[in-house]
Design a protein around this ligand. Structure first.
Ligand code: MIC
Ligand code: SF4
Length: 644
């Protein structure tokens, strides 16, 4: 039987397990990436494993998230990452070099290889036919140490692209359409592959916009074939030697198929506060706009920026709009400067930001009270911009630039001819902001600032797990709810005790206090709990507060893995109606916990007693025997140490 593109890469990297959807497999990881908001934790965990040098083909530590240095904390973390990377064999991408995913696809990604990154948008490199997966920092630390990455073999989804995009319609509109069709949980447990005649018309940056935002589907990853377009891109980056042609076999079998006719698409927009609340721009055109942000790992390529510059050239942004632009990398920024496009942006009134995540993660540029903010980002989750009352809409760079110029949400089709932008024959390559690691790091010193605090480590599972239900939240709770991140909190990513006081506060400001008063307990949640980022802090902060289990209707992939890695049980209701039966502060107990956890691997359900209500409910969790051991040991770090 024929294989899909992803299945071919998995087959080449398979370490254990059978490539059957739903089975646990493990794969060899060729490359890893970390960024600074998850990186400190990942390297602390790597150090705790006691392995002197990374064993991957390539590992890169990026500084791109915590670049607003309003105190010593971020700079301390950067120094820690720089020194720990130098010592252990990791390349260090200095602040100013750009957003990890943009730089990685430009300078390091390679078709047919595997990449594990401690950031949920790692699948961006799927745009060049790489199997690129986002994971928690601990999983990345294990991969750096040469350990395999364990995952559930995903189902395969084919998105067949037909026809060609009309002028003003972009790659962003394709992925917004996919989100409209599949929803923010439609990709859980699946890999999304793009095929069909329409693929050839999309450049690598356009493909990367689509695979980047596959994270919002909850997918394990998304991937394009590696073809002539990929080859040209790699040639233009001076990296043709890593090119490999790759695509699905003609008889590859997919579990789910969607067909999208590109010629029928229109400019789309995602409404607050979910990337899948998608409508046509024309449906809400005319709404007044206060802020426009162009950038983020979704839409900050040279291709995107040149189109925006062409639209802004010779015009002025009205005083009612604040337009900020963050080009994705040093390469993009210098090329914009060299061709004069940067001048066109500045002249029109754009506020140019450094090449970093910036507004996307609330690192500055939080909009005013009740603002309407149009962004080219991938996430518009509640309060993520740093202004809880703001409404964030997600659009293409073209819609963003058009709306910045008119001051209202604008369908660019009303503006006449669309800008035509060619990909350069040759990108400007200068890797001077990549610091190479020590050849032998044994003597190198790792510098730790006072902001770096020990992180919580769970202990072995007790005979009975008991506690109260401490919070009850709805469907689609994001990691931005569980562990908010903004310019005030991100500096504490290496200080979990501090962060824990903000855990789930967007849902209930009293939750941390209640959890502490009750000595820990349980979280109750609806479906797709933990969607969004890879941040382990969404598991570490609950762990710090004594959370032992989360009972939910269903979970998002990365968060579920992070809970297991930290020894917190992610349990799904067998009968979803039980969610309604449990009240806040009900006393719950999992009797015979070790035996019941072990039995999960045999497909048996677990019994939870509601002592307050006087009844039992059934919960389930599909576990491999390895995961049983991880949970019994109180997390992956304990388990790894135990194995060593
Ligand atoms: C995000 O986009 O939410 C982040 C910030 O990049 C996160 C990582 C983090 O929380 O540090 C992600 O996507 O994984
Ligand atoms: Fe950075 Fe935003 Fe991309 Fe996350 S989604 S990596 S915060 S630009």
């Amino acid at each position: 039987m024929g294989l899909t593109t992803a299945q071919k890469i998995i087959k080449n990297h398979l370490v254990s397990g059978e490539m059957k959807a739903g089975e646990e497999i493990s794969i060899r990881i060729d490359q890893t990436l970390t960024q600074d908001s998850t990186g400190t934790m990942a390297y602390l965990q790597f150090e705790a494993m006691g392995i002197p040098r990374v064993k991957t083909e390539l590992s890169v530590a990026y500084i791109d998230h915590n670049t607003l240095q309003t105190g010593f904390e971020n700079a301390d973390d950067h120094q820690y990452i720089q020194t720990v990377a130098y010592k252990h064999g990791v390349r260090f991408s200095r602040p100013g070099n750009g957003v990890c995913h943009q730089v990685h696809i430009e300078r390091f990604g390679a078709p047919g290889k595997t990449l594990l990154g401690s950031d949920s948008h790692t699948p961006t490199c799927g745009g060049i036919g790489m199997l690129a997966i986002g994971a928690g920092g601990l999983d990345v630390a294990v991969a750096m140490g040469g350990g395999a990455y364990y995952l559930t073999m995903p189902k395969m989804v084919k998105i067949e692209l037909k026809g060609r995009l009309q002028p003003w319609v972009t790659a962003k509109d394709i992925i917004l359409e996919v989100l409209r069709i599949m929803s923010v949980k439609g990709g859980v447990g699946k890999i999304v592959e793009y095929t069909g005649a329409g693929v050839a018309s999309l450049s690598v940056p356009e493909r990367a916009t689509i695979t980047n935002m596959g994270a919002e589907l909850g997918a394990t990853t998304s991937i394009f074939p590696s073809d002539d377009v990929t080859k040209k891109f790699l040639q233009a980056q001076g990296r043709e030697s890593v090119f490999e042609e790759l695509g699905p076999d003609a008889d590859a079998k997919y579990d789910e198929v969607h067909v999208i006719d590109l010629s029928e698409l229109e400019p789309m927009i995602a409404r607050p506060h979910s990337p899948d609340d998608v409508v046509k721009v024309s449906e809400i055109a005319g709404m007044k706009v206060d802020q426009v942000c162009i950038g983020s790992c979704t839409n900050s390529s040279l291709h995107d920026m040149l189109k925006v510059a062409a639209m802004l050239k010779g015009k002025s942004v009205p005083a009612s709009v604040s337009l900020v632009i963050a080009p994705g990398s040093k390469q993009v920024l210098t090329m914009l400067a060299q061709c004069g496009a940067l001048t066109d942006m500045i002249d029109a009134g754009a506020r140019i930001l450094e090449s970093a995540c910036g507004p996307c993660i609330g690192m500055g540029q939080s909009p005013k009270t009740n603002a309407i903010s149009l962004r080219t980002n991938n996430r518009n989750f509640y309060a993520r911009s740093g202004t809880a009352s703001a409404s964030v809409y997600l659009v293409s760079p073209e819609v963003a630039a058009a709306s910045a110029l008119t001051g209202v949400i604008t369908d660019p089709k009303t503006l006449g001819q669309a800008p035509q932008v060619e990909m350069p024959e040759r990108f400007l390559v200068n890797d001077n902001l990549i610091v190479m690691p020590a050849v032998d790091g044994e003597e190198a010193e790792v510098v730790r600032g006072p902001n770096i605090k020990p992180f919580p480590i769970n202990s072995k599972v007790p005979t009975a797990i008991s506690g109260k239900s401490l919070i009850k939240v709805e469907d689609n709770i994001t990691t931005d709810h569980i562990m908010p991140s903004n310019s005030k909190l991100l500096p504490y990513r290496s200080n979990v005790p501090y962060l824990a006081d903000y855990c789930l506060t967007p849902c209930d400001p009293d939750f941390p206090t209640r959890a502490k008063e009750q000595g820990g307990g349980f979280i109750l949640a609806g479906s797709n709990y933990g969607q969004g980022s890879s941040r382990e802090h969404a598991a570490l902060a609950p762990l710090q507060l004594g959370i032992k289990a989360v009972l939910a209707k269903s979970f998002a992939r990365i968060h579920m893995a992070n809970l297991i890695n930290n020894g917190i049980l992610p349990l799904s209701f067998v009968d979803e109606a039980d969610y309604d039966k449990i009240d806040l502060l009900d006393e719950l107990e999992i009797p015979n916990a070790p035996e019941q956890i072990a039995a999960l691997a045999d497909g048996r359900d677990m019994t939870v007693i509601n002592k307050t209500g006087g009844y039992e409910i059934k919960v389930s969790l599909q576990l491999s025997s390895r995961q049983v051991k991880i949970l019994l040991a109180g997390g992956l770090l304990n388990y790894t140490r135990q194995e060593v």
